[in-house]
Design a protein. Structure first.
Length: 250
């Protein structure tokens, strides 16, 4: 008598298949990076050889080399983004004060924000419960969202960062910018792999961010309006066995 596969077994097989696909894709990307590094090095040496050549043909060759160097760098950036996206993450989650983690990230980012004339406004709920975070992974996701907001405000603006308790045993983190905003079609595809509105963009930054949030048991959503800005909302679960100080109750 055969038994029907359980949901747990089916989920395990899917995870194993994804892990194997990610491993193969990551290996392929690494294999591409090796000859790409050789190409970039030889292009640099060729550019140096042609520096003293001031003939029309030499100058044309220099311009062609510059184009190839830019494309090599674009390919390098795409490979780096893909490897980050495809990486199988084994999270090291620990009880974390989300407000403190956000404060550290915003303090780190403050000089760049000031240079871009972006004012960061913080409304952090002092009674926020403790959450479980892999701090390194979460930091990468947050920096990606902040950079995305900055790029949406090339003339400067405001970035509001707010935390609060949410329903269903979750906490919520809101990032609200006063940037250019997006139409509904663009907003609905923000987390699709390889979708990008930026020239030369890989379209993997926000999908990678979504993967990190989802791997924490959370979810991320976006609301936007052209000319009025964008709001990203992250919800993270509060572990039932942790109190507000991150300790297990007796």
């Amino acid at each position: 008598m055969t038994t029907q596969p359980t949901v747990e077994n089916s989920h395990r097989r899917l995870v194993e298949q994804y892990t194997e696909m990610a491993r193969l894709a990551g290996g392929l990307a690494h294999e591409i990076k090796n000859p790409l590094s050789t190409i970039r090095l030889n292009m640099q040496l060729l550019a140096e050889d042609l520096e003293e050549v001031q003939t029309p043909a030499g100058r044309r060759s220099q311009k062609r080399i510059e184009v190839m160097q830019r494309e090599c760098q674009r390919l390098q950036d795409l490979l780096d983004d893909f490897l980050q996206f495809a990486k199988v993450r084994y999270l090291q989650r620990v009880p974390t004060d989300l407000n403190r983690e956000i404060e550290d990230i915003l303090d780190f980012f403050a000089p760049q924000a000031q240079g871009a004339r972006v004012e960061i406004i913080r409304y952090l709920d002092p009674e926020l419960p403790t959450v479980m975070l892999d701090r390194e992974a979460f930091r990468g996701a947050m920096l990606n969202l902040i950079l995305n907001a900055m790029q949406a405000m090339p003339e400067g603006g405001e970035l509001v960062v707010r935390t609060s308790e949410a329903g269903g045993g979750n906490v919520a983190l809101y990032l609200i910018d006063t940037g250019c905003g997006m139409d509904d079609r663009t907003a609905s595809r923000m987390f699709d792999t390889f979708f990008s509105t930026k020239p030369g963009g890989s379209g993997l930054g926000l999908p990678t961010t979504a993967k990190i949030i989802e791997s924490h048991g959370g979810r991320i959503s976006v609301q936007s309006e052209i000319g009025r800005g964008t709001q990203f909302t992250i919800e993270l679960p509060v572990p039932a066995r942790l109190d507000r100080q991150g300790e297990e109750p007796e």
